[in-house]
Design a protein around this ligand. Structure first.
Ligand code: SIN
Ligand code: CO
Length: 395
């Protein structure tokens, strides 16, 4: 188990989490940095990797999206390179997330890594995420203010910043230090020297995001089909009004319909599990030439040594999604019935990068539920032969 030094997760959850920002010195004193600035820069050259360079030249903010060809023109200061979802593109970096396994997986958004030159940063801003920022090499100054109605500005169409917050925290982070910033707290990080920062973001979905996800799923599955029907009140309200008037009684009926939709707990549970088990950045899929059948599975597994699961897969298990209230596994929005074998296999998929085919074979021979899961993973291209994945990377 990876642990942050002198850091008590239970105490943190009680006193700091989503309440106030915090500074934690030397929680990772011997941080083995998963990547160097050069490796980060290399990742941002690859297509499919979400990266940005942000620079500020005499007060003019600029932003460019990767993949980049080179960084030659950027100079020695005032710029930063940010790469999203490094945990998905560069598996060794995943280990950093394990320091936060006292928070549920479904909350994790991604590991964003930034490299900044002296005076580089993204400017003062507010995030919609709860974030831990671990300082890698170099030092960075961080200022954090109180949430509130701050004036916003858009110095570049893709950069939303805030004006003039009063810092309640003003610190210089050294390698191995960490800050925590809850969603909504304005902050500004400016590099003092070339530095690396590791940001572990935790999502806190808003009402609008939840409603939108609920609507997407319901439309997809043809659920929540009840349509508006006039009530006596909405019909009568129209009588004394011109045709372009929207009566309150009609709005009341819309509100009641929405309340009825979200009041269905079993449906909400299922839709939330689907939403939370889906990575908004879809994992890369390596589809097989032909779909596998149950009969082909043992021979195929025996032919190979080991398999890899797609790094961006989101797994969660939950109860109450079906009538018998048994445990259900969700992965990328897809539901699978669980048994002890499926749960054990999930534990293996989550803990090791490369899973031996013997282990998978044992699971599929013991449980038809595990076999169903494995066939789906293979046919969706989420479970791949280790050698094939490596060949693909080299190609
Ligand atoms: C950064 O690493 O430069 C940005 C982190 C943040 O402020 O959210
Ligand atoms: Co931020």
């Amino acid at each position: 188990m990876n642990k942050l030094r002198d850091f008590d997760p239970a105490d943190f959850k009680r006193t700091v989490w989503q309440k106030k920002p915090g500074v934690f010195r030397q929680v990772l004193p011997q941080l083995e940095e998963p990547l160097t600035p050069d490796e980060l820069a290399g990742l941002a050259l690859e297509p499919g990797v979400d990266s940005r360079v942000i620079w500020c030249n005499r007060g003019q903010w600029q932003l460019a999206h990767g993949p980049f060809e080179d960084y030659g023109k950027l100079g020695d200061s005032h710029w930063t390179l940010l790469v999203q979802a490094v945990n998905e593109h560069y598996p060794p970096a995943r280990q950093l997330l394990s320091f936060f396994d006292w928070l549920p997986d479904w909350r994790i958004d991604d590991l964003m890594v930034s490299f900044a030159t002296p005076k580089g940063g993204v400017g003062p801003h507010v995030d919609q995420y709860d974030v831990f920022i671990i300082q890698g090499e170099g030092r960075r100054q961080w200022q954090i203010g109180e949430p509130g109605n701050l004036e916003t500005m858009t110095p570049h169409p893709e950069l939303k910043q805030v004006k003039g917050f009063t810092p309640m925290i003003d610190v210089v982070l050294e390698p191995g230090d960490m800050i925590y910033i809850p969603a909504g707290f304005p902050h500004d990080g400016v590099s003092i020297e070339p530095s690396l920062s590791y940001s572990v973001g935790f999502r806190a979905p808003s009402q609008a995001e939840l409603l939108s996800a609920l609507a997407d799923k319901a439309l997809d599955k043809e659920l929540l089909n009840t349509r508006f029907r006039d009530t006596d009140a909405s019909l009568q309200a129209q009588n004394s009004q011109p045709s372009w008037y929207l009566p309150e009684a009609a709005v009341n009926e819309f509100q009641r319909m929405l309340q009825e939709a979200v009041a269905d707990s079993a449906l909400m549970h299922r839709l939330c599990a689907q939403f939370l088990s889906q990575n908004p950045r879809p994992p890369l899929q390596f589809w097989p030439e032909k779909p596998f059948t149950h009969e082909q599975l043992p021979a195929f597994l025996t032919e190979h040594d080991a398999f890899l699961t797609a790094p961006g897969l989101r797994w969660l298990t939950t109860e109450h999604c079906n009538e018998d209230e048994a445990l259900t596994l969700y992965v990328q929005g897809q539901a699978f019935a669980c048994d002890t074998e499926v749960e054990a296999l999930l534990g293996v998929f989550k803990s090791v990068e490369s899973v031996s085919s013997a282990r998978i074979l044992q699971a599929v021979q013991t449980s038809s539920k595990a076999a169903k899961l494995v066939i789906w993973l293979l046919n969706e291209g989420y479970l791949v032969v280790e050698d094939d994945a490596e060949d693909e990377e080299e190609a």
